[in-house]
Design a protein around this ligand. Sequence first.
Ligand code: 13P
Length: 248
Amino acid sequence: MANATRCLIAGNWKMNGTLQESLDFVDDLGANPAPEHVEVALMPPFTLLHPLAFPFSEKDVRLGAQSMYCEVSGAFTGSISPLMLRDAGCHYVILGHSERRDIQHESNALIRKKLGMAWEHGLEPILCIGEHLEERESGKTNEVLKEQLSVLEGVEAGVPLTVAYEPVWAIGTGKTASPEQVKETHAFVHEELSRLGHDCRVLYGGSVNPGNAAELLACDGVEGALVGGASLKADSFMELIEAAAKLA
Ligand code: 13P
């Protein structure tokens, strides 16, 4: 791992999980799922934030949301505000996930606004960036990542921030970036962040599972993982935490 920052294993449940399933998950996590050198966080759907806040805090698991709107309150049907997320006990909010960029057409301008609102309301954003397959194949990866990271231009140094590099072609596909691609891309992301004045943790995401976690987490410049599918079951999620603990 690139620096002394505590490694973060974060689970993004996406649009999965009923109340009963989530309570069973909490039971299956055991008493102390978060070892000393690993930070553990989960991002369930909005409906589960309140019911999970207390059980998660008892187990030292940080709560996060998968998205939010860039206003505090008002006539924004179907949206959720940073204030509501804080009220529900969230520490993190994922912003700029490729599923939001691609399906909901979220732009960098909107993501920039949301970042500002997250900081204003005491949330730590996990800013997701990543290229599509055709962009990687045409040699445009760094250009795409640079553009996505430009939302941090002019943002004061030291704000709470985590970045997650998630190549879109590796999300939910069972394909992962090779260790070489991960090292090379994370080096670029760290370099670009430092040019922008930010020295923050960078996670890798995209088909991370118990079989590949140790190799991916051991790559230079990787300080944790943002995990979809393998975070839905407590046993596979705990295997990822164990893989991180071994490297800490
Ligand atoms: P998978 O781990 O299911 O590929 O999802 C990754 C992801 O999008 C996490 O935000």
